[in-house]
Design a protein around this ligand. Structure first.
Ligand SMILES: *Cc1c(COP(=O)(O)O)cnc(C)c1O
Length: 420
């Protein structure tokens, strides 16, 4: 599918005159329409709830949009829990899905009334000790090991991944939790990341539902919810077919009716923790060309760096690039698009065919609405950018200002002699 920016060059120029490049911009209308589609796709399940994975786009303005649809939040750290709290979420609207968890964060989650998702068997004791007993509701994270085959995946080898408990461990965990009076038990698994197929959730659901049935038949323990977690992907590349959330919801319904209903488990609630699918396509990094360099290759230097968008440097991830105003020009030139970091992996694109670019052109880097700003860092003293929300009426608001040098130096306040 052709990838089109959600802003025009003229709109970008207007925004830039107020907030200089680089910045991430998010399309509120796109996020809202997608939220509606997600809600609709799972409306067949009475207890359905999406817990938006905060790490994808940790901004209170975006979290509040999620709240409008009755969604909760999936948090993995103290700061994310605090973001949930200040954004008005509490109790079972918060899922705490963490791993290698610092002990005190269990208490912080518990004070908010969050559902704690236990990643490791040895953490059972820690949770019990930290909270002086188990909460009413507890979730456990499953890792079936081996390989999990779904096309186009980054992570398709659960046997090599650090998350979750083995089958033996999780059954033992449920027996312990059940015997200690935990009322509501949940099952969670995240096996494959960024799946661009409508088959992942239905396949995962079937795996987890079968475990739920086994647990009921062999141990007499009935689960209250199954959390399908994240992993529903987006088409970063123009030739990829976008997922159809309606088909995905239907596929999960089919597995539900075939596996859970006959086993008398028709009250099981379905939860999801999508991040990338919820916001990824509705964000872009807007950056200006400041350096055209010709040596052994052609380089286009922009004013953003991997500090603003780490995915290409970290995973070699593809992000489509549009030169604003040149949307319909032929892609005749081959460029590497780079940032200024003293790291040769600071490239947004390598050998990318693009229209002829001039200094001052504005590049629109697609699909930065998830794991974009949030993966930012400060290497080379590069500062985090602003975040801007484009409203459905095409007006725009600053939802996070750009960092300043003052922010960069704020943590040196222990050196009283520094002239800050
Ligand atoms: C990252 C993460 C998610 C969200 O994953 P996406 O692929 O962005 O949907 C959900 N749950 C957990 C526990 C995660 O770590």
């Amino acid at each position: 599918m052709e990838k089109r920016p959600f802003i025009t060059k003229e709109e970008a120029e207007t925004i830039i005159s107020k907030y200089p490049t680089p910045f991430h911009i998010y399309d509120e209308d796109g996020i809202r329409k997608n939220c509606e589609a997600v809600k609709e796709a799972f409306s067949w399940n009475k207890g359905y709830r999406e817990y938006f994975a905060v790490k994808a786009l940790p901004n209170p303005f975006v979290l509040e949009i999620m709240k409008d649809y009755g969604f909760g939040l999936d948090c993995a750290s103290e700061a994310e829990l605090e973001l949930a709290r200040v954004s008005g979420f509490s109790g079972e609207e918060i899922m705490f899905s963490s791993n290698d968890t610092p002990y005190h964060e269990f208490s912080i989650a518990n004070e908010l009334g969050a559902i704690i998702n236990i990643d490791d068997f040895t953490q059972l004791d820690i949770v019990e000790r930290e909270l002086s007993g188990f909460p009413e509701t507890v979730c456990c994270r499953f890792n079936p090991g081996g390989t999990y085959e779904v096309s186009n995946s980054i992570m398709d080898n659960p046997g090599d991944s650090k998350y979750g408990m083995t089958m033996e461990q999780i059954i033992e965990a449920y027996k312990i939790l059940h015997s200690k009076g935990v009322k509501y038990l949940g099952l969670h698994a995240f096996l494959v990341s960024n799946t661009v197929t409508n088959d992942y959730y239905p396949a995962l659901a079937r795996t987890l539902f079968e475990l739920a049935v086994k647990l009921k038949e062999e141990e007499g323990i009935s689960l209250s919810f199954v959390n399908l977690s994240g992993g529903v992907g987006i088409p970063y590349k123009p030739d990829q077919e976008p997922n159809d959330i309606r088909k995905i919801g239907e596929g999960v319904r089919k597995a539900f009716e075939e596996v859970l209903v006959p086993a008398g488990l028709s009250d099981v609630k379905i939860f999801t923790e999508m991040g990338r699918f919820m916001t990824g396509p509705y964000g872009a990094l807007v950056t200006r060309v400041i350096n055209k360099k010709h040596i052994y290759k052609e380089y286009i230097g922009v004013d953003a760096t991997a500090c603003n968008l780490m995915r290409p440097a970290m995973y070699g991830a593809y992000h489509h690039i549009t030169v604003l105003g040149k949307e319909d020009e032929p892609c005749t030139e081959k460029y590497d698009v780079t940032g200024s970091l003293c790291e040769n992996n600071d490239k947004f694109a390598i050998d990318r065919m693009l229209p002829k670019i001039e200094d001052g052109d504005i590049l629109y880097i697609h699909d930065t609405g998830a794991h974009g700003y949030s993966m930012g860092y400060n290497y080379n003293g590069r500062l985090r950018s602003a975040e801007i929300l484009l409203h459905p009426d095409r007006s725009f608001s600053l939802i996070r200002r750009a960092e300043t040098l003052k922010d960069y130096f704020a943590t040196f306040d222990c050196f009283s002699e520094l002239k800050l």
